[in-house]
Design a protein around this ligand. Sequence first.
Ligand SMILES: NC(=O)c1ccc[n+]([C@@H]2O[C@H](COP(=O)([O-])OP(=O)(O)OC[C@H]3O[C@@H](n4cnc5c(N)ncnc54)[C@H](OP(=O)(O)O)[C@@H]3O)[C@@H](O)[C@H]2O)c1
Length: 301
Amino acid sequence: MSLPATVQESPLLLGCWRLHNCSTSEIERLIATALEDGISQFDHADIYGNGESERRFAKAVADLNIPRQSLQLQSKCGIRDGFYDSSKAHLLTAVDGILKRLNTDYLDTLLIHRPDALMQPEEIADAFDVLYSAGKVRRFGVSNFRSLALQRLQKATAQKLAINQLQFGLAHSAMVDSGLNTNTGFNGAVDRDGELLDYCQLNSVRIQAWSPLQFGFFEGNFLGHAKYPELNHTLNNMAQIYGVQAGAVAIAWILRHPAGMHVVLGTTNAQRLQALSQATQITLSREHWYQLYRAAGNRLP
Ligand SMILES: NC(=O)c1ccc[n+]([C@@H]2O[C@H](COP(=O)([O-])OP(=O)(O)OC[C@H]3O[C@@H](n4cnc5c(N)ncnc54)[C@H](OP(=O)(O)O)[C@@H]3O)[C@@H](O)[C@H]2O)c1
């Protein structure tokens, strides 16, 4: 199958979770700013605003006359009302809904949003083949999967699982903590993720870091937060050194990791988005990377 060329994927994605709360002009400004700042990837899910985020995004894209091939559109499915559903029937229906709301013939990337305890890899593999052959999805991945579940699914499908979208950031760094604390009795040694970082690097699975500025499970944004005085002090110092805002330093911290992670930014504010996108213009030194890691409350053995 020959596919029309698409813009290259950017290291930053605009996360579209909260778009349904924004006005049309705010969404248009956000998308235009993203494109101006080199962000070509847009992350959706069918559950964001119950489909409303996808719908309103598509309307803004149409109003702005943005050609489809200049966007990398990603969406996720598999979360339903009170349960997870990775059955073939649901995946096929969900993707048709996504395509309709996004007003497009194809998705650049489809992710299974969360692991489903009742997952049957062969069923997902069938669904992926149908979606790929029909030209509805060009590439597949998962989100919040541990290594073995990813491996189990990869074994069943001929489609390369290219992405695992996972929470990661300065205030949520378990993926690096366990490696740094190997074979110690410290808390950081607790392997919460099944050595995902190593698995993904070994198998060329791109990690997309979600909620890069949040702490806990959506407890808040650590930028300027009283719970993180040392981290904010250090971020502000580095912001001066690198000539960007503190938030951009926090995003650059993720980009600096050799795994080549991409980062999903969730702001709905165009000015903030512009400031954060400066992260791609700087490269933190090794010493600064560790300084930030320690300032976030981590210790090195
Ligand atoms: N796969 C998954 O399970 C999963 C889970 C959660 C999220 N996601 C994806 O990841 C994306 C990002 O998640 P997130 O929104 O939690 O990430 P985030 O970028 O860490 O947080 C953005 C939130 O912080 C607020 N904020 C406050 N001060 C800010 C500042 N100075 N700079 C930037 N933001 C500031 C933003 O408000 P304003 O809008 O007012 O700036 C927004 O509510 C989502 O949109 C979604 O696409 C995926």
